[in-house]
Structure formats: C-alpha cells, structure tokens
Design a protein. Sequence first.
Length: 417
Amino acid sequence: MLLFSGSLIAQQPIEKGFKLNWKVPVGITTYRTNMIFYKGSIFIGTNGKERNSLTDAQDGVYQLDAKSGKIQHHFQTPFMGDNDVTGIAIADNKLFFGTDNFTFFCYDLTTKKELWKRRTPYDVESAPVTEDFNQDGLKDVFFTVEGNGFYALSGLDGSTLWQKDSVSSNAGNAAPLLVDINNDGVKDIVSSMRGTPQSDEIDGFKMMHYGDYHWALDGRTGKTLWMVESGAGIHNSPFYYEVNGEKRIALLDCYGEFKVVDLAGHVLSTANFGYGYFNSPVVTMDQHLVIGNYAVDYRDEFISIEEESGIPYLNGNAVSNGVKIEGNVSATTMIADVLGTGKQQAIGVSENGILFITQTDGIELKKYLLHKGAEASVFIQDIDNDGFLELLVAELDGNLYCYKTKSKGKVEHGAFH
C-alpha cells in the first residue's frame, strides 16, 4: 500500500511569494492550453470571455511582449461562430492552431497574415505538434479533431499528407507526443484513440475495456506502429523520458490507469491512481512520477512481477506524498527551481485557487492563494533575459499573470508541451 502524506502550510497570496511583473486580460484557458515563448514574445490561445459564446471578441491567440505584457497582436479568425483556441504550435516563423469553429489555421508571424486554413469535421481542441514529416525542409503539422481522427498536413499549403478519420480520437483533447520510434530520422506520434471494445466484462464499477488505446503512428505515413489498450477515456498526454539511456513513455488515462512502455510499445510497468485525471504525467530526472498534486517514487527497484499474470506493477514499497487541496487539479504540474534552492521543485495549480510548490517527491514546500484558480499549466522560463526565472499563470478570471522569481535555477520541465 502506498503511503500518503502532506503538511498543512499557511496559505498566503501569491504576491507574498513572487512579485507581479505584469497582468494582461487574455480570456479563459483550459487544461489543454499551452504557452510558447518565441522571439521575445509570449503566445497563448484563449477561449475568450465565455467558453460557449458564439460571438466572443476575446477568442483567438494573443501575442504579448514578454518583458511588459503589452499586447502585440491578437490573431482572430475571419468567421462568425465559436472561435475558441486551446493549443498552439510555432515552427518556421508560422503559428498553427485550430478552433471550435471546425477550422485549422496557419499564420505568418511576420506579416500576421493567414497563409492557409483547413476545414475540419469538428472542433480542434488539443495542441498541434510540428515535424518535417515529408522531408521537404519545412515543418508540417499534426493535430487531432474531436471525435473525428488524426490529421497530418503540409506546413507549406495545408494539403493532406495523411489522415486517419476512420477512428475516433475520443474527445480529441490529448496533446500528442513526438518521438522517433522507428529510428528513421522522422519523429513519430503517440496520441490516443477510441476504437472497438474488446469485451463487455466488468472490472469493479466500470467496464474492463471501452475501446480506448494509446496509439503510436508513423510520422511519415500514419501507419500504426503499436497500440496499448487503456481502461478508460484518455485526455492525458504521453510523456517521454529516459532512465540510464533507456527511452520510455509514460501513459495515463482518466481513471488513473498508468503504464510505462518502451518505444516498441512493450509495457514495462503499471499502476493505478484512482479516478478523475485530466492532467498529464511527468517523470522527473530523479525518477519521481508527478501527477497533479501527487508524487510517487517510481524507480525500477519498486517494480514487482505479479505471479499469476506476469504483469509488472508498482509495489507497496514506493513512497508517495501529496498536497492536500480541495477541488480539482486539472493542470499538468511543471518541474523547475523557482525557489532558487539548487534543487528542482514541482509547481502546480488548482481550479479552486491554489498554487502549490513541492519537492519532486511530493513533500509540500509552499502553498499560495491565486485570484480565482487555474486549469492551464504554469509556464516557467527566463522570458526577459535578466537571468531570473519568470512564472506565468493563466487564471480562470481571464488574466495572464507574470511573476518575477528570485531564482536563477534550472528548468527541467517548464511548459505544457
């Protein structure tokens, strides 16, 4: 049985711990929202003032001056309707994003003009990823469409390189992972899909298998490389890491079913962490698995083999810790030294309005009160080039806050990918 502990540390407003550098109204964000620092600017997509509004002037993508927070440009699409944007990508001086208005866009970041657009069968809810899939020297783009499959488009003109629309991408929320699985020099894709259930057997209070899979696709062709079944819907993104030179991928689903696989899709270990996960797993360099406000020692020495099934599982000797928080932690937790201690910390936020900082083993260090709470992961980087890290928090009050830290520390994992 895993141990669980968490100290009760006095909660102070976040401004007591970090100086506010700037604050800008950008609209509401989600657990799928990512931020990008590019050429001195911060880019962030927004769901606008209201997530379900069909005429929301705040929808789109904001480009902000990283030093001052001044709005440099607001990328807004030319259609009426729900133009919410969640995830974004940047490559070759181009901005890529999809909307809830059944369209995917590519904009030139110099001219701010639309280069091309592509109609989609439904909403584009997740962050796209870029790679030169067709090896023409330009980055192409891959994204999922809610309930309608997977699309790899040419970065040049948006034409189809390949697509998989005969299967569902579930809610289409999981941000894909890029990693070269087959060693052909082109990064492949690990995402998630919903297909056909393999059985109608019941496991506890739920079906044993709903037809959900972690799915690896060849980046060049879209051909299936491997599939690993999951016990529930997958809104969580895969996470790539290495242990002693061995390349691994951490996989999680909404019911807390966790697996570590190698690049061939072979399951190396399993664990289960309960119900209701929308955040994604992060494995630290000291081999702690961090999921939201929870962390567990995930070294190989704590993996045992179940006698009857032969399944490798996380045993009861692995120590875990967690921060006591009311409400949901939907954001993925980041790893960086924001306190300037010389050691990495885990930094996360809750929807109910807490920013927590723990050791990588989950022992609580600091807990601060936010203004309204957050779904989106924090962003950590030195964005003003002064040698000190900044901490960006997109809150549910519609504001993006930039805080100064007093840390020159390293950043192990500073942005939702």
